[in-house]
Design a protein around this ligand. Structure first.
Ligand code: CP
Ligand code: NVA
Length: 308
């Protein structure tokens, strides 16, 4: 249970500084290179990660679980249904108990307040694996993917087409911290909430028309129309979002070398046309794979600090 680093949580993108991100992106490249070369990299031998899922997952589960094993550690997987979390044990008590037995905790849940409360009572670092408000690990992977393909994201334009959701909020936080701009287009009633994201107006611009948001963009990105937890709104959302489907015309409005990203899972024919997500500008498979590599760098950093 020894940490060589002061207790540091990763609950939202703005929990780390630009300098820490620069370190993490460099470290991720090294860790990825070792993984590709089948070279062992096991700084977390004997360390345990508890993963708590209150919502479904494929990428987050596999990347954290495989990543922790590859780093030499092990994992415990909990869900609401198979733990006392689903039987109303207070989150504060769960945090006190779980964090005495493991070295690191990853949580996917509903309200951000829940993960903040858990972190307050945790003895070990807590990582946000998605809340209704934020998805920092995904944006970490997205920006690493952008850098791999195109170099620094500073000064670039990211077009966000669709829901003003957890992904959109996190893109705003990243833009403010790393110096790029988000051009946002959402249907009315589904706008972004800059106050919630805690950002200044200089890091984003709002457009009614999604084509205008995409004009001249370096990266076009979107997400499902209905996020987990909002399923009851599905039919209303399908109507409201009909014009917010990323298609070939939107990609043509962006820069000729613009990339397309989607955190996945995707619904072809809803938020994105198949010809875009399966087309030459799409980097969604690299983006998904990079969840593994960035989170290995993140777990190592939270437990051991910056390494040479
Ligand atoms: N992008 C993402 O977080 O995927 P999962 O819901 O499959 O974890
Ligand atoms: N916005 C989506 C992202 C899924 C990875 C959701 O919260 O369901």
């Amino acid at each position: 249970m020894q940490m060589t680093q002061a207790l540091k949580h990763y609950l939202k993108f703005s929990d780390l500084t630009a300098a820490e991100y620069a370190y993490l992106f460099e470290r991720t490249a090294l860790i990825k290179q070792k993984f590709k070369a089948y070279e062992k990299h096991q700084p977390l031998v004997d360390r345990t990660l508890a993963m708590i899922f209150e919502k479904a997952s494929t990428r987050t589960r596999v990347s954290f679980e495989a990543g922790m094993y590859q780093l030499g550690g092990s994992v415990v997987h909990l869900t609401t249904g198979d733990s006392q979390l689903g039987r109303a044990e207070p989150i504060e008590d769960s945090a006190r108990v779980i964090s005495r037995m493991v070295d690191l905790v990853m949580i996917r849940t509903y309200g951000q307040d829940k993960i903040e409360r858990f972190a307050k009572y945790s003895r070990v670092p807590v990582i946000n694996g998605l809340t209704n408000e934020y998805h920092p690990c995904q944006i970490l992977a997205d920006i690493f993917t952008y850098i791999e393909h195109r170099g620094s994201i500073a000064g670039k334009v990211v077009a966000w087409v669709g829901d003003g959701n957890n992904m959109a909020n996190t893109w705003l936080q990243a833009a403010e911290l790393l110096g790029f701009t988000v051009h946002v287009s959402t249907p009315s009633g589904y706008e972004i909430d800059p106050a919630l994201a805690g950002v200044h107006s200089s890091c984003y611009k709002v457009f009614k028309d999604p084509m205008q948001a995409c004009a001249g963009a370096d990266l076009v990105t979107t997400d499902v129309w209905t996020s987990m937890g909002y399923e009851a709104e599905n039919e209303a959302r399908k109507k409201a979002f009909a014009d917010w489907c990323v298609d070939a015309d939107m990609m043509r409005a962006a820069k000729p070398d613009a990339l397309f990203m989607h955190c996945l899972p995707a619904h072809r024919g809803e938020e994105v046309e198949a010809e875009v997500i399966d087309g030459p500008q799409s980097v969604v498979w690299d983006e998904a794979e990079n969840r593994l590599h960035v989170q290995k760098a993140l777990m190592e950093y939270l437990l051991l600090g910056a390494l040479k």
